[in-house]
Ligand binder design. Structure first.
Ligand code: SF4
Ligand code: SF4
Length: 309
């Protein structure tokens, strides 16, 4: 998105330490210290290896291998879990797109729970990348929805709007990151290098869909509940003091599986696939249904669609 693009300092790829130093120089002492205050806390818990690590896109294959081994070892040490952390890259010729049939979704929230478990979210805060909004019939303005509904669903006069990262083709969250810790990959998925993020939360503020989450505390997940099938840019347990988000379960989808939220949906409301595949269900829906995107007026160009039967 080029209109009204915020003017923020961009720090080119040096070490994370240089990024912090560069931000200090360009933002000014007081504002930068305030912006990265969570990082100061997190840095106390960082290993030397983590602090000196290069940006993900700058790592050689050997360095990546060392980083993944270090993270697996830290998962064992900190959580008592044997995990495997992969480096899942986009599949050439793939552009992932999601759609939800709002005539079918009944607000049961199974997708929210599945995301919570699949992505190793903090148990105490019951975190998830998905929010299901209970909406008054007659509007697609998500700001009119409620996430705190209770009782039996569906209710008369309401419909249910699940919202997660829309993997925007013009993502404002990427534009505002001062250290390029978040970017869009070739298959359309917007990712975060959790070891490069300085926790300033600019991206969280810039996201019009409230799709980013900040780790205020060390995530707590019992060893026996940890999903051991992890990926560096996806569901490995994120450190305290960084921002995280939905990645369309890239640790699954880049391995040919479906997102966990889709598999958990008991109503069949969710459709996911490669829009470049002419025979895919998702392609058929976009060609044959009247689809909606949220906050179209902002020009974010979501890769996430909604439709009614
Ligand atoms: S929905 Fe929010 S976090 Fe996701 S790509 Fe768009 S602006 Fe970024
Ligand atoms: S990813 Fe978000 S929180 Fe992290 S450095 Fe970039 S803008 Fe700041």
């Amino acid at each position: 998105m080029t209109a009204n693009k915020p003017s923020l300092p961009i720090v080119e790829n040096f070490s994370r330490r240089a990024a912090v130093k560069g931000g200090f120089a360009t933002l000014g002492a007081a504002s930068f210290v305030a912006a990265i205050s969570p990082l100061r806390h997190a840095a106390q818990n960082s290993s030397a290896g983590e602090f000196m690590q290069n940006h993900y896109t700058e790592l050689t294959p050997e360095q990546k291998s060392d980083v993944l081994a270090r993270l697996e070892s830290e998962a064992k040490e900190n959580y008592g879990a044997d995990v495997t952390i992969g480096d899942d890259r986009p599949i050439p010729g793939t552009k992932f797109v999601y759609a939800i049939n709002l005539s079918v979704c009944n607000g049961n929230g199974k997708c929210v729970e599945a995301c919570h478990k699949e992505n190793n979210h903090d148990r105490a805060t019951n975190q998830s990348y998905i929010r299901v909004l209970e909406m008054p019939v007659g509007t697609m303005d998500m700001e009119q929805g409620s996430t705190t509904y209770t009782g039996i669903v569906p209710k008369d006069g309401k419909f249910y709007l699940p919202v997660q990262c829309q993997q925007c083709d013009e993502p404002p969250c990427v534009d505002v990151c001062p250290v390029k810790a978040t970017w869009k990959e070739e298959d359309g998925i917007v990712v975060v290098d959790y070891n490069w993020c300085i926790g300033c939360r600019y991206c969280e503020a810039a996201c019009p869909y409230h799709a980013r989450r900040f780790n205020w505390k060390k995530p707590e997940v019992p060893a026996e509940e940890i999903n051991p099938d992890q990926s560096y840019l996806s569901n490995r347990i994120r450190p305290v003091g960084v921002v995280e988000k939905c990645t369309y379960c890239l640790h699954r989808t880049r391995r040919g599986k479906l997102p966990a939220c889709l598999e958990a949906c008991p109503t069949g409301a969710r459709v996911f696939g490669n829009i470049l595949d002419k025979d895919s269900n998702i392609r058929w829906i976009l060609e044959n249904k009247r689809v909606y995107i949220l906050k179209e007026e902002l020009g974010t160009k979501p890769a996430f669609f909604y439709y009614f039967d």
